[in-house]
Design a protein around this ligand. Structure first.
Ligand code: FEO
Length: 390
């Protein structure tokens, strides 16, 4: 990757990680991930967050090149999650005169992860609106609790109008990945920050008061143009409003009969003019993709086999994920399959009724082993209910 050009005095020193198997030990990242980090060179020098331990050598090398023999005055710690804080102790030992900038919560968590000599004397504790002058550059700190941890803050550099946005506006994928921003930024957002929509909305309101020329997140590309597009996406996502009209059919099938019914339902929805239908086999699709699609569309049909007196486990896992990410404001259809005592619908409905502001479409459909004339007719009624405009 050729290095990202920001400006003469702000240098990108982050690194791509294409070797990682699972980000946060749970998310598949086929195109890797980047851990972004930046140096600001002025009368004083400052590093904006470190990087994951997995890329220490590359990151340190870039840092030394950027500093070109100068000393390092400040490390600004916007987020203590180890994908960004992994090298704080190492940096503090390498540059003993360096001061560490964070808020009270930053240092409380930092002391849990690290033992840094003289931290109490070296720390610069900031709060909402505080500024730090580096010379011609001035850093203004904006608290962003729970986007994505409680200590998170973002930083606005006043002279170049740069917003260092921590995890906000980040995406999966190494910087050299040739892929759509929204696709992997949406998957990142809903799976990582999704629970904290209210806190993201609060941050967007604060950001609206700033004149921003560039957004510099801790993952994914630096955003330099058309910033309204990205901010609009974040506004939709964090408000839990659907992004697109369409129906996600998420199914959990053991021997293929529920899957066949899902295919039939997709055909019925298309016949009735559904704007978009997306079929997701929960046993085989990456869970984070299914969660992303659930939030993307305004409607969803959950179709599952019964299992051990409950619902087939991959469906329950999906329902739990949606609960933890505060899935809401959607219409849901329910289809169960059971050969002798169908139970999947009851469990699915109990989750769905727990989501905020959800309408459950009727009828809920029961399939006995395989679709027959009666269950096919019920499925057609459900297709009607899922495509009726309200
Ligand atoms: Fe990229 Fe919440 O850490």
């Amino acid at each position: 990757m050729g290095d990202v050009k920001i400006s003469d005095s702000v240098i990108y020193i982050g690194a791509d990680d294409r070797a990682i198997d699972l980000f946060e030990s749970q998310y598949k990242v086929p195109n890797g991930v980047s851990y972004n980090s930046y140096v600001i060179l002025d009368e004083k020098t400052a590093v904006m967050d470190t990087a994951d331990n997995r890329v220490t050598d590359v990151w340190l090398d870039k840092l030394e090149k950027a500093l070109d023999g100068r000393k390092l005055d400040y490390l600004v710690v916007q987020h203590m999650e180890p994908d960004h804080s992994g090298n704080i102790q190492r940096l503090a030992e390498k540059y003993p005169e360096m001061r560490l900038v964070g808020n009270a919560k930053t240092f409380a968590i930092m002391k849990q992860f690290f033992t840094i000599d003289g931290l109490d004397e070296r720390c610069v504790t900031v709060k909402e609106g505080d500024t730090l002058s580096l010379g011609s550059h001035t850093l203004q700190f904006i608290m962003a609790p729970m986007v994505h941890w409680p200590e998170v803050m973002v930083t606005y550099e006043q002279s170049e109008k740069l917003l260092f946005s921590a995890d906000g506006f980040g995406k999966f994928g190494a910087l050299d990945a040739d892929e759509d921003w929204a696709c992997e930024a949406r998957r990142y957002y809903f799976n990582i920050v999704g629970k904290y929509g209210a806190q993201v909305q609060a941050l967007l309101k604060k950001a609206a008061a700033l004149d921003i020329k560039m957004i510099l997140p801790l993952h994914g590309p630096v955003l330099k143009e058309n910033l309204g597009y990205y901010i609009d996406k974040y506004n939709v996502w964090s408000s839990y409003e659907p992004e697109d009209k369409g129906v996600l059919i998420a199914y959990a099938s053991i021997h293929g009969h529920t899957a066949a019914a899902a295919e039939e339902l997709a055909r019925m929805l298309k016949e009735r003019g559904a704007e978009k239908t997306v079929l997701t086999d929960l046993s085989r699709t990456d869970m984070s993709e299914a969660v992303e699609d659930a939030f993307r569309y305004d409607r969803m049909v959950l179709m599952a086999a019964s299992y051990d007196g409950g619902v087939f486990p991959v469906m329950e896992d999906f329902l739990l994920h949606l609960k933890s990410k505060l899935y809401q404001n959607r219409k849901i259809g329910i289809v169960e399959n059971g050969s002798w005592g169908p139970t999947a619908g009851r469990v699915t409905r109990s989750y769905a009724e727990g989501y905020k502001n959800v309408t459950i479409a009727e009828p809920a459909v029961t399939i006995r082993s395989a679709l027959n004339e009666a269950s096919r007719a019920a499925l057609a009624q459900l297709a009607d209910a899922m495509t009726v405009s309200e």
